[in-house]
Design a protein around this ligand. Structure first.
Ligand SMILES: Nc1ncnc2c1ncn2[C@@H]1O[C@H](COP(=O)(O)OP(=O)(O)O)[C@@H](O)[C@H]1O
Ligand SMILES: [Mg+2]
Length: 265
């Protein structure tokens, strides 16, 4: 058992990408005026780890994920993945959005198969679709259509659609934001399991302090726009975690303090 756990940990490190972000600043244009969104952000993420980016709404978290995915390029600074500057989007780095946006006329299986179909490799890699469906716990629902799924199941399909690419970096942008609170709790536990089973580096954007602390190994806290890192908290707890753990309560207090919300404690 111990040996197995060790092998898995080693596999995570081998399978996940390393991230190095240096002095990244980003500005948008809004009605002809510059809108600074990221202000000199620097941090690194070890291969195979799970890190949360926590900050107030509108501070620039999604922008940072888009830069890592290669959907946009920074005004200044450098973003490296495994030592190489991020260029175009690549199936090794996948972004999962808050809204699952499934194709309503395609079954679960066909929605998950989309990425492989687009790459023209579906015929030879159908087992990858089955694996991804299994990883998110949807075996038996392959033939269902999106309108036959609950919100949580639809979000699982969106996760499977990302995982089928066998990404080495999973970028999760508030993936549970639209779910009801009970489904959200279940999915939180499942995301940890997916991260452990798939063996990849994962970044989770959230504005939910509990979620960041319950799921990840490290929480980077951003201040209001333009986002700067105001704290870097190591979540020194093994998995599986327990929501009532007093250490989580301590870390929550610390995190809320950095967000200027200590008085809500
Ligand atoms: N394409 C864009 N053009 C102009 N402004 C943008 C664009 N995308 C995001 N913004 C602005 O950048 C800021 C940060 O957005 P975002 O990264 O989505 O924040 P967060 O994900 O932290 O809520 C917001 O003020 C938003 O309005
Ligand atoms: Mg966002």
């Amino acid at each position: 058992m111990v040996a197995l756990a060790r092998t898995q940990a080693a596999d995570f490190a081998a399978a996940g990408q390393k991230i190095d972000i240096e002095n990244v600043s980003h500005r948008f244009e809004l009605k002809g005026a510059p809108l600074p969104v990221l202000d000199n952000v620097s941090f690194s993420v070890e291969p195979g780890s799970f890190v949360a980016l926590l900050g107030p709404s509108g501070c620039g978290k999604s922008t940072l994920l888009r830069l890592l995915a290669g959907l946009d390029h920074p005004t200044e600074g450098s973003l490296k993945v495994d030592g190489e500057e991020v260029g175009e989007p690549d199936p090794s780095r996948i972004l999962v959005f808050q809204d699952p946006t499934l194709f309503p006329w395609r079954t679960v299986w066909d929605n998950v198969a989309l990425g492989l179909e687009a790459q023209g490799i579906l015929k030879s890699s159908k087992a990858r679709v089955d694996n991804a469906v299994e990883l998110v716990g949807l075996t038996g629902f392959e033939k269902a259509y999106p309108h036959q799924l609950s919100g949580g199941m639809a979000q699982r399909v969106a996760l499977a659609r990302a995982l089928v690419n066998e990404p080495r970096l999973l970028l999760l942008d508030e993936p549970l934001g639209k779910l009801d609170s009970l489904t959200r709790l279940t999915m939180q536990t499942e995301i940890v399991k997916i991260w452990q089973d798939a063996g990849l580096t994962a970044l989770l954007v959230t504005h939910d302090v509990e979620e960041a602390l319950f799921l990840t190994q490290r929480v980077l806290i951003f201040g209001p726009r333009p986002a700067r890192i105001v704290a870097d908290i190591a979540v020194d707890l093994p998995y599986p975690r327990h929501r009532g753990d007093p250490r989580l309560a301590e870390l929550r207090r610390e995190a809320l303090g950095h967000l200027g919300l200590a008085e809500t404690w």
